[in-house]
Design a protein around this ligand. Sequence first.
Ligand code: SF4
Ligand code: FES
Length: 307
Amino acid sequence: MAESEKKNEDSIGTEFGAETGDPGAQAQAAVDATTADSQAVSASSGTERAEPAEPGAAVADVAPIEPVEEPQSFTVTVIVRRFDPEVDEEPRWVDYDVQMFSTERILDALHRIKWEQDPSLAFRRSCAHGVCGSDAMRINGKNRLACKALVKDFDTSKPIYVEAIKGLPLEKDLIVNMEPFFDSFREIQPFLVAAGKPDKERHQTIAQRERFDDTTKCILCAACTTSCPIFWTDGQYFGPAAIVNAHRFIFDSRDEASQVRLDILNDREGVWRCRTTFNCTDACPRGIQVTKAIQEVKQALVTGVRL
Ligand code: SF4
Ligand code: FES
């Protein structure tokens, strides 16, 4: 029998003894159990324990501990498109040098500018973790969430350009008026319409739930809609986000208003305006297959089938 197994047995035996209420036996049980545990761990991991060095003995060769490299900050130039409606006639680009670590996000750079250099800088953010969808902005010409855009993913030898998302009325600096975006969202009736009250829950198979799983992930950040060239030129177009949220209910087997939504999207400003440029899919921070969802809605309109 292995030494550690024997010790284990011994300690179990002692623990039974400890239940008799003998304080000495209890203390010994705790010591034995600890010893046996540590030996078992040592045996299972194959780690050999070094003998304690005698006083004055030569120090044995041990692998030197690699010094942990301190993360180094560096200067990043962030150029922000500023606009104050009270003083500016046109937006203007303003440079800021910011000390950053590579693991930080563009949102951290904006915070640093606001807190350390210019408190008048205006932008939206809330969760700072890609959940609330409030900090979509155009960074180096591409729509992203500032809280998910890592500094290390940019070429920091060049400036990083940050501006408001396009196609919605600019209010101040990086803040746009989101109302037209939410108007389109509200128009497609983004809620379950189901008559009657079931005894328990409304049943759905796994496959039926899968059918619209992708489009449930939308956080309404508007990155897709405001990266769409059709939306830039025609603000009346419902836009990808509204269609994504219509898709989420059109293909829900429990919903009874799918035809209403399909009729709304069959409009002149509905799905037929989409020219499949894929900008929306590229921009979506949630990885939703936005263009595919739009195509599926088009297909349902043509075939009348919601499969
Ligand atoms: S589909 Fe993606 S990009 Fe569009 S609003 Fe929803 S989360 Fe944002
Ligand atoms: S701050 Fe919430 S998604 Fe970026």
